[in-house]
Design a protein around this ligand. Structure first.
Ligand code: PEP
Length: 252
């Protein structure tokens, strides 16, 4: 049985003080809930403070939204895995569609980052998903296969099991337009089948696959009831503490 994992991707939102205000409410309302893994991914600037607040909280983990694959060095503006580790970051979102479309990240880049994250004992949340044009052209499966094969190339079985996949159809991100539970389930089942070809059934059965794309309290339960949907990566609706608690509770 795969434990559900709900992650908040705050993107370029929340100052340090806004992050603290969110956590005051969020942690109070969430209480001791441990049946779902909960991850908060603030911007880099808020990681240290959120880490400090979470230091005596056992049921919420810290995630980053990106990292560089290299060891510390001359990479202006970048952040290394070691820097994240020191702040007790456990997860890192990699290859988000905004990173791919706005910052030119390719599957090869995502693969380097994934390997570097795993080497640093960070759990990568590797994002894949098709654009609307690709869906309309009947290319969902070929796009997902290419992204998965490229982003997860050359991982050992043990490494594979540490990876979380986020299926995020680009047309559903921040648009208010959610994939139907059936559309999402079909994509997740395809992803799991593809993982099986890459790493075998035992491994594919263990990998958690999140859905992302306009998840909100009202649509969470139905999406999470699908057999291959193991959680959610939540953007906009994770910025409001009470709403995000509702999403976590609907994932049970
Ligand atoms: C995301 O950016 O990962 C995301 C799914 O955003 P939203 O929930 O706002 O669609």
């Amino acid at each position: 049985m795969r434990k559900k994992i709900i992650a908040a991707n705050w993107k370029m939102n929340k100052t340090v003080s806004e992050a603290v205000t969110f956590l005051d409410t969020f942690l109070l309302e969430l209480g001791e809930e441990k049946r779902v893994d909960v991850v908060i991914c603030p911007p880099f600037t808020a990681l240290a403070k959120v880490s400090e607040v979470l230091s005596d909280v056992s049921n919420v983990r810290l995630g980053a939204q990106n990292m560089h694959w290299e060891k510390p060095g001359a990479y202006t503006g970048e952040v290394s895995a070691d820097m994240l580790r020191e702040l007790f970051v456990r997860y890192v979102v990699l290859g988000h569609s905004e990173r791919r479309s706005l910052f030119g990240e390719t599957d090869a880049v995502v693969n380097r980052k994934t390997k570097a994250a795993l080497a640093a004992v960070l759990k990568p949340i590797v994002c894949v998903g098709e654009t609307l044009d690709e869906r309309d052209a009947g290319r969902v499966e070929s796009v997902l296969s290419t992204q998965l094969s490229g982003s997860l190339a050359d991982l050992s079985a043990k490494e594979f099991e540490e990876v979380i996949i986020a299926y995020e159809p680009v047309w559903a991100i921040g648009t208010g337009r959610t994939a139907s539970p059936e559309q999402a389930q079909a994509a997740h089942a395809f992803i799991r089948a593809h993982l099986e070809t890459m790493a075998g059934k035992a491994v594919a059965d263990k990998v958690r696959i999140q859905y992302g794309g306009s998840v909100k309290p009202a649509n969470t339960a139905e999406l999470m009831s699908q057999p291959d949907i193991d959680g959610a990566l939540v953007g906009g609706a994770s910025l409001e503490a009470r709403g995000f608690v509702e999403i976590v509770k609907h994932a049970l």
